[in-house]
Design a protein around this ligand. Structure first.
Ligand code: NAD
Length: 356
């Protein structure tokens, strides 16, 4: 396979972890006979320094013309005083909007050897392997009317939860397709006992499900789901959520697994998919070769699976991560007694060595 990958390292630890993921992708390409072309672009604070804007036109064009985008992180104290519209973080919103990224996929998987890093009991979390599929461009964050208005005796704040059949159907399809690559179970989250928008959500999801008879579908109210995620998270495979519910539940799911340096994400839409770790630029540890590159390397594995349909190669990366952790390699954030603390580059090298 030939593919063009835009590489946007960004700021802080982004500049250290992204090269490690590229290293792993290059090793995969070599071993499995693929030709990946990597093209670097500027984004975030680093782009502000060079070009005066967080998302230069060149970067946008590069992203649109690529098959997939690998992103590190943006932001840092240096740019915190800038007006909101010029901050590094604006680049992410611009990129999501311009690439039409309506689906956000966040897997939460517990690596058994890291169970102690979670705040929950080992027996509750051992074996967790779930995927939150969150609608990213609709719902209450964008619905109109919205705003704060003055009324007699005070003010009134309004937001509106809006979903169309088209928006629900396209995210439902993403969830069912994702489930087909996993354990074939979708739990659709809503509040259909109270909200009309949820009633439509449930109806459309049920309709889309007809094309996926091999996938099991259940519906769950969001309040129950929040509880079940803590009580028995192992029951879930794919969680299908609207924008608001997905925002909250994906953070809850991420916390189950303990460490922010381990969790990847994918955003999918009309153009190239965007793959990035869920953490930020970690300015407190940047430039010290101590950041954990695993979230970014696992994001690269998601790219192989979701954009390029290279399931075998994605599995190989996953297995290399597990083997490396099994051998006792740890970056500082996931270190435990008896393990071997290594730097960012050493962790990347070890994962490359452990690729089958
Ligand atoms: P953060 O995720 O950067 O860091 C939170 C904590 O987790 C820090 O203690 C950090 O050292 C640690 N951490 C994060 N990634 C790690 C890794 N790979 N290995 C080891 N430890 C890691 O969040 P923050 O400190 O709130 O934000 C820092 C900057 O990043 C801000 O400018 C923020 O706006 C930006 N940010 C960017 C993104 C993004 O680019 N997608 C996301 C969140 C925050």
């Amino acid at each position: 396979m030939k593919a063009k990958i835009a590489v946007l390292a960004g700021d802080g630890v982004g500049r250290e972890i992204v090269p490690e993921a590229v290293k792993v992708l290059k090793a995969v390409a070599e071993r499995y006979g693929h030709a990946f072309e990597f093209i670097a672009g500027d984004i975030g604070g680093q782009a502000i320094e060079k070009m005066g804007v967080p998302l230069p036109q060149e970067t946008l064009i590069l992203a649109k013309q690529s098959d997939a985008v690998l992103l590190g992180a943006v932001g840092g104290p240096k740019w915190e005083g800038l007006p909101y519209g010029l901050r590094p973080e604006r680049a992410l919103l611009g990129l999501r909007e311009q690439l039409g990224l309506f689906a956000n996929l966040r897997p939460a998987k517990l690596y058994p050897m890291l169970a102690e890093a979670s705040t929950l009991k080992r027996e509750v979390i051992e074996g967790i392997d779930l995927l939150v599929v969150r609608e990213l461009t609709g719902g209450i964050y964008f619905g109109k009317p919205k705003g704060i208005e003055t009324i007699p005796g005070g003010e009134r704040g309004v937001n509106t939860e809006v979903y169309t059949t088209g928006e629900i159907a396209r995210i439902a399809k993403v969830a069912f397709e994702a489930a087909r690559k996993r354990r074939k179970k979708v739990t659709s989250v809503d509040k259909a006992n109270v909200l009309e928008s949820s009633e439509l959500w449930r109806r459309v999801v049920t309709e889309v499900h007809r094309a996926y008879p091999d996938v099991e579908l259940t519906h769950m109210y969001v309040d129950n789901c929040a509880m079940q995620l803590i009580r028995n998270p192992k029951q879930f495979d794919v969680l299908l959520c609207n924008n608001l519910f997905g925002d909250i539940l994906s953070d809850e799911a991420a916390m189950l697994t303990g460490s922010i340096g381990m969790l990847p994400s994918a955003s999918l839409g009309a153009h190239a998919g965007l793959y990035e770790p869920i953490h930020g630029s970690a300015p407190d540890i940047a430039g010290k070769n101590i950041a954990n590159p695993i979230a970014t390397i696992a994001s690269a594995a998601m790219m192989l699976s979701y954009t390029f349909n290279l399931g075998k190669e994605a599995d190989a990366i996953e297995q290399a991560i597990v083997k490396t952790l099994d051998l006792g390699y740890r970056t500082k954030d996931i270190a435990a007694p008896g393990t071997r603390i290594v730097g960012t580059t050493e962790m990347g090298d070890a994962i490359v060595r452990n690729l089958r």
